[in-house]
Design a protein around this ligand. Sequence first.
Ligand SMILES: Cc1cc2nc3c(=O)[nH]c(=O)nc-3n(C[C@H](O)[C@H](O)[C@H](O)COP(=O)(O)OP(=O)(O)OC[C@H]3O[C@@H](n4cnc5c(N)ncnc54)[C@H](O)[C@@H]3O)c2cc1C
Ligand code: SF4
Length: 473
Amino acid sequence: MGELLGFLNYERKNGAYREVIDRLGDYREVVKHLDPIELREQAARCMDCGTPFCHALGCPVANLIPEFNDMVYRGLWHEAYDRLELTNNFPEITGRICPAPCESSCTLAINDAPVSIKAIELAIIEKAFEEGWVVPQVPREESRRRVAVVGSGPAGLAAAQQLRRMGHRVIVYERDSLPGGILRYGIPEFKLEKAIIDRRLEIFRQEGIEFETNVMVGEDLSARYLKRKHDAVVLAMGAREPRPIPVSGSESDGVYYALDYLTRATRHLHGEIGDRELISARDKTVLVIGGGDTGADCVGTANRQGAKKVYQFEILPRPDEWKESWNPQWPDYPRIFRNSSSHEEGCERRWSIKTKKLYGMGVSVQKGIFCELEWVQDGSGRRQQKEIPGSEFTLDIDMVLVAAGFIHVEHSRLLKDFNLAMDRRGNIAVNPDLATGAEGVFAAGDAVNGASLVVRAINQGRHAADHVNQYLR
Ligand SMILES: Cc1cc2nc3c(=O)[nH]c(=O)nc-3n(C[C@H](O)[C@H](O)[C@H](O)COP(=O)(O)OP(=O)(O)OC[C@H]3O[C@@H](n4cnc5c(N)ncnc54)[C@H](O)[C@@H]3O)c2cc1C
Ligand code: SF4
């Protein structure tokens, strides 16, 4: 363990955000990184508590957190990287955008602020890249087996890298023009600069992982062909079917799904599409429907595009405020009110608001009718919404972004051709080995779990790789 009483000697510190005025002028990362002295102090706060909930319960990839904290405290950065590299294929990504369930379950968080695990994770991997320690791990022997990975989000990429390192030939098929899944085309640049993904993909290529992009598997390439040409298949297609909103007028021009909006914003930023294909919020009053993180990403993007005003309405009630630094629901991830960096940049947020109607006189949406809700529990303890009489109001809006979540994996032709069973939520049904009902076909990530987190997708991609390897050998 680091410093015996480090948790008493040092306050928790995390990377601060850049000034709003500064960050709104560009798409660069909003978080500033801690310096080496600050990092050492933060690592010193780890108590090496004996039962590291952070590692065993909080972190889905089971990062060896107390060990790397100790290494950082002692200045043994290479050793810290060696530990981190064992469990996580993309610490430079989780270190930026993971909601850090590890920190919620840190033992310090019972009555104090948790260790800044995520910032330490990020510092270790950035140091490793700087020093040239992150090198391709080319397998010593080739297995002569071929594996197809469908989808290049974090689940597909993690599965691909693990399988390649086990000696298999791996081809990643991706319908988008560049690999990365939601990492590239959902999460905005100001949270995750795309150069970070490219830096990692270069290592992938040097390891011998092959990418075939602009290929819609099931359409451009049949399920039968995929099976015939590969010894195993991993389906990692995400859960991309957006949840529609049951609101009259939601099919109007000027109403877009959040992922479509965010994807185009990133593609435009990187010169992949021109101005005409961009959905721009410039000089518009924008309403984001949905109070979650995807909605927050829309808020940040709309403000950078020069929106006149941004509203974010959520149908559920406002979560409870919690101003203390410790976790009231330890060791679980607490359900409390949170303000993201995007909200700080300008946004009117409201909760318990139902959108009743969207309409426009001309071609595009111009107005919305809304009302306030009261949430009451019925006899079975379920929450029911009740419209508050007289609470109806109207707003002038020019653009609506629907960020109401995703329902399940897209029920594409590929899934039908493989004749796969779906679970009751509409995602791909798998057994504990992540195998589907089709011989040699495995599945991982959001396509199995429904919309979730990057770190869970990485974890499942790694597990799928282990099971595919056992199957092949
Ligand atoms: C806007 C947004 C912001 C988010 N922010 C965060 C965050 O900050 N932190 C966090 O932890 N999580 C975040 N998430 C959730 C996280 O991104 C997902 O849980 C994660 O990306 C799922 O990984 P995946 O590999 O299963 O699927 P995806 O990332 O969805 O990747 C699936 C890939 O499969 C491809 N594909 C699908 N069908 C086919 C086909 N037939 N042929 C070829 N390719 C195909 C898709 O094009 C896509 O590239 C966010 C999600 C969204 C939508
Ligand atoms: S991946 Fe997420 S949960 Fe795991 S250590 Fe990093 S920030 Fe914590």
